[in-house]
Ligand binder design. Sequence first.
Ligand SMILES: Cc1cc2nc3c(=O)[nH]c(=O)nc-3n(C[C@H](O)[C@H](O)[C@H](O)COP(=O)(O)OP(=O)(O)OC[C@H]3O[C@@H](n4cnc5c(N)ncnc54)[C@H](O)[C@@H]3O)c2cc1C
Length: 475
Amino acid sequence: MTVSDKTLARLKQAAGPRGYLDDPEAIAPYCTPFRDGWVGETPLVLRPDTTEMVAALVRICAETGTPIVPQGGNTGMTGGGLPHPGGDEVILSTGRLNRIRGIDPLNDTITAEAGVVLADIRSAAEGVDRLFPLLLGAQGSCQIGGNLSTNAGGINVVRYGNVRSMVLGLEVVTGDGEVWDGLRALRKDNAGYDLKHIFIGAEGTLGIITAAVLRLVARPRERQTALVEVADPQAAVELLARLRGAMGDVVSAFELMHRNCFTLATRTLGHADPMPGQRPWRVLLDLTGQQPPGALREPLEEVLADALEAGLVSDAIVAASGAQADALWRIREDQAEVQRQAGKGIKHDISVPVSLVPDFIARADAAMERAYPGHVVCTFGHLGDGNIHYNPIEPPGWEQARWVAETGPINRIVHDIVADLGGSITAEHGVGRLRLAELVHYKSAVEIDLMRRLKRAFDPANILNPGKVLPAQGG
Ligand SMILES: Cc1cc2nc3c(=O)[nH]c(=O)nc-3n(C[C@H](O)[C@H](O)[C@H](O)COP(=O)(O)OP(=O)(O)OC[C@H]3O[C@@H](n4cnc5c(N)ncnc54)[C@H](O)[C@@H]3O)c2cc1C
C-alpha cells in the first residue's frame, strides 16, 4: 500500500511550500544509508520547522494511518531512520528544527531543538566556557534528536555516561499528535514517572523528540593523549584500573584497538601507523581535567612506567602537542570509513562487564577462527564502557556475497558468547532494522511483552517508525 494522493496533498498543505520534498532526486539522500545496503523508499520527506507543525503533521498521519519515519542526520548504523521499501511511509526530517532556544551557564544547561547538529551544540557550550560531553565520529552530521533517540554513546562515556545521563528535559510529539512539554531544567524532579527516559533510546517508535534541555559540564583545561601498546586485552583492563586508582576520575576516553585497525587505516585512507610494534593490541586514551595545562603528563608517565615494569605495557606514545593528539584520534574516528572501504565487516556492537571483555574477545576470536580460518579480525571499541565493535572481515579470497550469507551463523557465534557473559547485543547503535531478529531471539518473552505494551500505550495507531525495534506485527 502506498500513501494515497489525498493524504500526500494534505501533508504538503500542512507543511507549506518549504516544509516538504517530493522530487525523487532531492529525496534520495534521505533514503540512502551511511553504510550497508538497505533500500529505503518514500514519496515524501516532511521538513517542519516548528513543534506545532510536527504535531499537525503527526495528527494527519494518525488520522490516515500513515507511518512516519523520524530522521535526524541519517548517520545511524542500524537502518532505524530509513523507510522500508515500498513507499508507504513518509520521512519526517528534523533538519529545520535547528534553533538553540537558550543557554544558562549558571544552571549549566542548554536548550536545543532536535535538529541542531551535535558539533553546533558543543560549539555553543564552548562559547560560554562549558563542555557538552557527547562526542562521536559523526558529530558534524548527527543531530541531537537522533543522538537522544539512539541513546548515543561515543568516546567519553567512560567519564560522563551516555547521552541519557546528559538530559534534564524533553519536548516530544506523541503518536496522536499531542505535544508533551517536559522541557524542565531540573536536576531533581520526582513528580511522577520520569517520562523522558521512555523516549530516550526508543529510536522514534514512541514519540518524536522536538527539543531537549541538556546538561553542561566544566570545560577541561588540561588534556593528555596517549597511544599505548598493551600485552593483551586483560592488560588493557588492568591499565584502566591503575590509571583510575592513581589519578582518580580523569580518564575521559579509553579505547581498545586491534593493530589491524591501524594497518587498514594505512591501506585505505593513507594514515601513517604511529607505532612500529607488531603486538596486536593498543589502547588510545585521553585524560582531561581542570588542572593547569601539562599537569597530568607526569602522573600519566609514572603509571605507564609502572605498567611497563609489570609487563602490561610494551610501548607508549604520549602526544607532545594537540596536533599529535588529534592525529592519533583521527585514526580512531575514521574507523567507520576505514572498515567500510576495507571489506565487508559483519558488524557487532556488543557490551559485557568491563572485566569480562578479555574473556569475550578470547572466546569470540577462537570460535570465529575455528569456523572461518583466516578471516580478518577488526576489533575495536570503548573498552572503558565494556563496549566492543566486533567486526570480522571476510577471509582473503572469499566472494563478498558468500561472506554476507554467513551473517546469521556469525551473529549466533558472537551473540551466544555475549549472552553467556550477561551482555547486550547492542551497546550504543540500537536495534533499528539491523538487529530486530537478534533482539527477539535474546530478550525474554516478558521483556518483549512489556515493550509491546509500552508501544501500544504511546503509539496506539502504530504509525511511529513501525517495524523498528519491535517486529511490525502486533506493534
Ligand atoms: C562515523 C560515525 C561514527 C559513529 N560513532 C558512534 C559512536 O561512537 N557512538 C554511537 O552511539 N553512535 C555512533 N555512530 C552512530 C550514529 O552517529 C548515532 O547513532 C547518532 O546518534 C545518530 O544520530 P542521527 O541524527 O544521525 O540519527 P538518525 O540516523 O537520523 O536516526 C537514528 C534513529 O533515531 C530516530 N530519530 C532521529 N531523530 C529523531 C527524533 N527527533 N525523534 C524521534 N526519533 C528520532 C530515527 O528514526 C532512527 O531510528 C556513528 C556514526 C558514524 C557515521
